[in-house]
Design a binder for this molecule. Structure first.
Ligand SMILES: C[S@@+](CC[C@H](N)C(=O)[O-])C[C@H]1O[C@@H](n2cnc3c(N)ncnc32)[C@H](O)[C@@H]1O
Length: 195
């Protein structure tokens, strides 16, 4: 039997490009002149576009063959490494993590906050659209959320149910940052470490 963990790891390690709309949405969140870390940069197609807007782009990719070859613009630094272990540069202010199957969101957030990075642009939490999260987040305990959408420090997302008559339009459109969500408890994760 193939385990779920094995499958998830294989998906995470897989190189696959996204569509132009996804890249455009990510680029829109990048302030001109930013110092960017692109985590899991694939064949650098987004990193090259980031370099047109940013002051410096550090692009980390674990598959060496994807980043070898074509000359790079002078402000794009390609690094072949495992982003989980590689020390993040101290001067970054913006991170990009386009990796829908990422299982290490919590680790990356913790490493980014430790170096003072101000935002992460990602599709890793919801697995769909691109969002920009201001760092550091100030999450509430999950138990303090009466009902509504949440994004947990561990990387899990969901909707805490409650009586439908209590659901306001504001709550329906707001994502609350939390820690200690049901997935944390189920998997015994510690999600509330804040840098
Ligand atoms: C779905 S692809 C997306 C590539 C790129 N972000 C883009 O949007 O074009 C994810 C990439 O992340 C890389 N990756 C996953 N885990 C990594 C890790 N721990 N360190 C470095 N690269 C990683 C994979 O090798 C793959 O190339």
């Amino acid at each position: 039997m193939v385990t779920m963990v094995g499958d998830a790891a294989a998906w995470e390690a897989q190189w696959a490009p996204y569509d132009d709309d996804t890249y455009a949405r990510a680029l829109d969140f990048v302030p001109p002149g930013a110092v960017v870390l692109d985590i899991g940069a694939g064949d650098l197609r987004l990193a090259r576009r980031l370099a047109e807007r940013a002051r410096v782009v550090y692009a980390i990719e674990q598959h060496a063959e994807l980043i070898a070859g074509e000359p790079l613009p002078p402000n794009l630094v390609a690094i072949c490494a495992d982003a989980r272990a590689f020390p993040f540069p101290a001067n970054i202010d913006t991170a990009v993590l386009l990796m829908r199957h990422c299982r290490h969101f919590a680790l990356y957030q913790e490493k980014l906050e430790a170096v003072g990075c101000a935002r992460i642009i990602t599709n890793a939490r919801w697995g769909m659209d691109v969002e920009c999260i201001d760092l550091p987040t100030r999450p509430l305990p999950y138990d303090d959320l009466a009902m509504g959408w949440y994004a947990c420090r561990c990387g899990a997302t969901g909707f805490r149910p409650g009586p439908p008559e209590r659901l306001t339009s504001h709550a329906a459109e707001t994502i609350v940052e939390v820690y200690d969500c049901p997935e944390c408890k189920h998997y015994g994760r510690i999600s509330h470490r804040i840098a």
